[in-house]
Design a protein around this ligand. Structure first.
Ligand code: IVH
Length: 714
C-alpha cells in the first residue's frame, strides 16, 4: 500500500471511492446481514486508512464518507436527517362509503353545511417511496427518505443522480422543501431485472422494491445506473407559500421544473372524486408505473391548515385504495406465534404464491374463531367454512398490510384434513393459554417467564419507534437473551458496567469486536436520555401504540405524574361511561379518558400493568437508568402550552372539534369543566354556569376573537 503522502489526487479519489464501497459492504454484512466478512482489526485498518487520506486531501472527502457514519450502526449506513416538518402517512378509504364519510367528517369539523362548496384534488397514489428535497436559495441541499417520519436517511448524493430532480431551481423561494415519490417504471424494472439476472445479481420482486433498493445504495454510482423517476406532490418547510390551493401549488411545482402527475384533477365533492377514481382505475394497467390508489386532498390550503393533523395522518387527505389483489394457494401448516403481550397468533404457512407482484408465503389467521369460520360478533364468515391444514385457500393483500386468507375451496379439501385444534397451552413455556370473556385472543399466562413474551418485549423495546438503539436489533437481543446477559430492559443499560471493564467476553462472541462493542455501549448511553413517548411506547403495554403514547406524553407533565394517576385509578371503580357522575367517582380514570385518543381498553391495560408488582418493578428498574424528556414542545413558545383551557358557549368561527384539536396541537390541555386547575376560559355567546364559575374563581376569560388573536399565526 502506498504511503498517503505519495498518493496523487487521482489515486486518492479512487481509493476513497473503493474504501467507501468496502466499508459499506463490511457494515452491511455486519449490521444488516449479521454475517461479518472481515475481522474487526481489518475493518479498523480500512477506516484508519480512509481517515488518513481524507486528512491529506480534505477536498476529496465524499458526501457518503465512512468517517461521517456515526454510532455503531447507522441503521443502514446512511446519516440521519431530522425532517423540519414530519413526513406523515395517509388514512385509508377502501370503498365509496369511506369517501363519502371522509367528506362528511371534514364538513362537520369545519362546520360546513351539505350545500357549502368544498373542492378536493384527486391524484394517483404512486407506489414508490417518498423523498423530501431541501432547496436553499435554489440549490438542492439535501434529500432524505421518510424513515420513521421524524428522521430519515440522507440520500443526497443518490437523489442528485435522478434526472427528474433539479439540482438548481432558479425561481425558487429562499427555502423550499419538496416532497414526492421516487418510483421505477415497469419497462425500466423489467430491464433492470433482466440485467441483474444476467450478471447473477439479485432481482427485485416489484418496481417498488427495485426503486427502494436503488435509491438506498451507499454507492451513488449504483443509483445513477438505475433509472429512477420522481413525481412531486407535496411540500415541507417553505419561506413563501406556493399558492392558495393544492392545485395551484402543484402547478407551481411544475413551474419549478418538477414532474407532476397529469392525472391530478380538482373535483367538487365525493361524486366527482369517485368518478375520477374509476377513471384512473381503468387507466391503471396502461400507465407504465405502479399506483395503488387515489389520494384526495382538500384543495383550499387555508382549510387544510384549519384541519391540521391527527398524530400520524392529516385530516385533510385520504388514500382511496384499489381493491386487494388475490391468489389461490395451498395452506401447508398453521403455526402459532406468541407475541409480547402473550397473544397466540395463528400464522398460515403457504406454498409461496405471487399476489400482485409480491411473493407471499405467510398469512395471518387472526385468532381461533377466524380459523373456525366465525367473525368478531360470533356470526359466520366465509359462509361458516373453517380453515384446515392442507386446504386450498385464497390469499389477498391490500397495500403493505400482512396478507390474509379470504376464502377456502372446499372441493379441494384433502379427505384427511382435520378441523384445526387451537392450543390451550403455550408451546413456548407450557403455561395455560386462556381467553378472557369477550376477547377473541387466547393468551399465554406465563408473563415474563415465557421466553417468547420476554424476547418479544425486548425486541419491541429496542424497535425503531421505541428506544431505537443502534446496533441492538432483534438478532442481538436474541443472542444476549440466550447468553443470559439481558432479561429485561434495565439490563441493557447495565451492559457497559458488566462488560465495559472486561470487554473480552463480548469481544469473543461471534460478530463482536472491541470497536463494535464500544459502539454499542455508546449507542446505549445515548438512549439513557429518552423522549417521553418513546419510553411509553417501549414499555410494550397492550393497546399502548405509538399514537396513544404520543397522546399520553402530551397530556402528562412527566412519567411520575402518569404513574401516580394510574396508581390512583387502580383504587377507583372503573368508569363505564364518560358522564359527570362517573368522572366525580373516578377522577383518575377520567383524567385518562378525557384525553382525545385514549380509550377504556388502553386505560384498563395501562392501569393493570402498572399495578402488577412484577411488571412495575421491571419498569421502575428501567426508569432508574433514564432521563425522560418531557414531551417535545413544538408549541413551547405558544402562549397556551401547558395550560388547561375550557371552551364554553357557542363558537361562531370554528367548531368545537376544531377548537379543541387546535388548542391541543399548541400544547394546551382541553378540559370539559371549569375548576381551580383551569387557566383560561374561552366563552362564546350563551355561556352560562361555566363562565360564572370562572369569574368566581378569578380565571381569565376571553371570547372567541380573543382566542383567535391569541393563537394568531401559530
Ligand atoms: S400526500 C401528509 N400524495 O403515500 C401526507 N402521498 O400512505 C402527504 N404517496 O408517505 C402525502 N402518492 O409516500 C401523497 N399523490 C400522493 C402520493 C402519496 C404516493 C405516498 C407517500 C406517503 C404515503 C402515505
Amino acid at each position: 500500500m502506498k504511503d498517503v503522502q505519495t498518493l496523487t489526487q487521482e489515486e486518492a479519489a479512487a481509493e476513497l471511492a473503493q474504501l467507501a464501497i468496502d466499508l459499506s459492504a463490511a457494515n452491511r454484512a455486519y449490521h444488516q446481514n449479521d454475517a461479518p466478512e472481515i475481522s474487526d482489526a481489518d475493518y479498523d485498518a480500512l477506516k484508519r486508512r480512509n481517515a488518513e487520506i481524507e486528512a491529506q486531501f480534505p477536498e476529496l472527502k465524499r458526501t457518503d464518507s465512512p468517517t461521517d457514519k456515526v454510532g455503531a450502526e447507522p441503521a443502514s449506513g446512511f446519516q440521519k436527517i431530522t425532517h423540519s416538518v414530519p413526513m406523515l402517512s395517509l388514512g385509508n378509504a377502501f370503498d365509496d362509503g369511506d369517501v363519502t364519510e371522509f367528506d362528511r367528517s371534514i364538513r362537520k369539523y369545519l362546520g360546513f353545511g351539505d350545500e357549502d362548496p368544498l373542492a378536493y384534488t384527486a391524484e394517483p397514489k404512486i407506489d414508490g417511496l417518498s423523498l423530501s428535497l431541501r432547496y436553499e436559495n435554489g440549490q438542492l441541499i439535501h434529500a432524505a427518505t421518510r424513515g420513521d417520519g421524524t428522521t430519515g436517511e440522507n440520500v443526497t448524493s443518490n437523489a442528485r443522480t435522478i434526472a427528474d430532480i433539479p439540482a438548481h431551481i432558479p425561481n425558487a423561494p429562499d427555502l423550499l422543501e419538496i416532497r414526492g415519490e421516487v418510483y421505477m417504471s415497469h419497462a425500466d424494472f423489467e430491464a433492470l431485472n433482466t440485467r441483474q439476472s444476467e450478471t447473477g445479481d439479485k432481482t427485485f420482486a416489484n418496481p417498488r422494491n427495485a426503486a427502494a433498493g436503488s435509491l438506498r445504495q451507499l454507492d451513488a454510482r449504483i443509483t445513477e445506473s438505475r433509472p429512477l423517476c420522481f413525481f412531486a406532490y407535496a411540500w415541507g418547510s417553505l419561506s413563501a407559500p406556493l399558492g392558495e390551493t393544492q392545485s395551484g401549488a402543484i402547478q407551481q411545482l411544475k413551474n419549478f421544473g418538477f414532474q407532476i402527475n397529469e392525472l391530478t384533477k380538482t373535483c367538487n365533492g365525493p361524486v366527482e372524486m369517485i368518478e375520477h377514481y374509476r377513471d384512473i382505475e381503468t387507466k391503471r394497467a396502461t400507465l407504465g408505473y405502479d399506483i395503488d390508489g387515489v389520494v384526495y386532498k382538500v384543495d383550499d390550503l387555508a382549510l387544510q391548515a384549519r384541519l391540521g393533523f391527527r398524530s400520524t395522518t392529516p385530516r385533510w387527505a385520504i388514500a382511496h385504495k384499489f381493491p386487494a389483489e388475490l391468489a389461490w394457494t395451498r395452506l401447508e401448516t398453521i403455526d402459532i406465534q406468541v407475541g409480547r403481550t402473550g397473544a397466540l397468533s395463528p400464522v398460515a404457512r403457504l406454498q409461496p404464491v405471487t399476489v400482485g407482484g409480491v411473493i407471499v408465503s405467510n398469512a395471518t389467521l387472526h385468532n381461533e374463531d377466524y380459523i373456525a369460520g366465525l367473525g368478531g360478533d360470533g356470526s359466520k364468515i366465509r359462509g361458516g367454512k373453517d380453515i384446515r391444514e392442507g386446504d386450498w385457500v385464497q390469499v389477498y393483500r391490500a397495500g403493505d398490510v400482512i396478507p390474509k386468507v379470504a376464502d377456502v375451496d372446499l372441493t379441494k379439501r384433502p379427505k384427511t384434513a382435520m378441523p384445526y385444534v387451537f392450543p390451550t397451552v403455550c408451546h413456548e413455556c407450557g403455561s395455560d393459554a386462556i381467553r378472557d370473556d369477550g376477547d377473541a385472543i387466547r393468551r399465554c399466562t406465563g408473563g415474563l417467564i415465557c421466553p417468547a413474551q420476554a424476547i418479544e418485549k425486548l425486541k419491541h423495546f429496542v424497535s425503531r419507534a421505541a428506544f431505537d438503539i443502534e446496533g441492538l436489533g432483534a438478532k442481538q437481543v436474541e443472542q444476549f437473551l440466550e447468553d443470559g446477559w439481558i432479561k429485561e430492559p434495565a439490563d441493557i443499560f447495565e451492559l457497559r458496567a458488566r462488560f465495559g471493564a472486561g470487554l473480552q467476553q463480548l469481544k469473543n462472541r461471534e460478530g463482536w469486536g472491541e470497536k463494535s462493542a464500544e459502539n454499542l455501549f455508546d449507542a446505549i448511553d445515548e438512549r439513557r436520555t429518552i423522549e417521553f413517548h418513546r419510553f411509553l411506547f417501549g414499555l410494550g403495554i397492550r393497546h399502548l401504540g405509538e399514537a396513544a403514547a404520543k397522546d399520553l406524553a402530551r397530556n402528562f407533565a412527566d412519567w411520575e405524574t402518569l404513574a401516580d394517576t394510574a396508581d390512583r385509578a387502580a383504587l377507583e371503580p372503573a368508569t363505564t361511561d364518560a358522564s359527570k357522575d362517573a368522572a366525580a367517582q373516578s377522577p383518575a380514570w377520567a383524567t385518562f379518558l378525557e384525553i382525545d385518543g385514549i380509550g377504556r381498553a388502553l386505560t384498563q391495560s395501562l392501569v393493570a400493568a402498572l399495578a402488577q408488582d412484577h411488571e412495575r418493578a421491571v419498569i421502575d428498574r428501567l426508569v432508574a437508568h433514564l432521563t425522560i424528556l418531557p414531551p417535545e414542545d413544538q408549541a413551547s413558545d405558544s402562549p397556551v402550552a401547558g395550560k388547561t383551557v375550557v371552551f364554553t358557549g357557542t363558537l361562531e368561527k370554528m367548531t368545537r372539534a376544531e377548537a379543541k384539536a387546535r388548542a391541543e396541537a399548541l400544547g394546551a390541555k382541553v378540559s370539559g369543566s371549569v375548576s381551580a386547575k383551569t387557566d383560561l376560559l374561552v366563552a362564546g355567546p350563551g355561556a352560562g354556569s361555566k363562565a360564572k364559575k370562572a369569574t368566581d374563581l378569578g380565571i381569565e376569560t376571553i371570547d372567541e376573537d380573543g382566542w383567535i388573536a391569541l393563537i394568531d399565526g401559530l
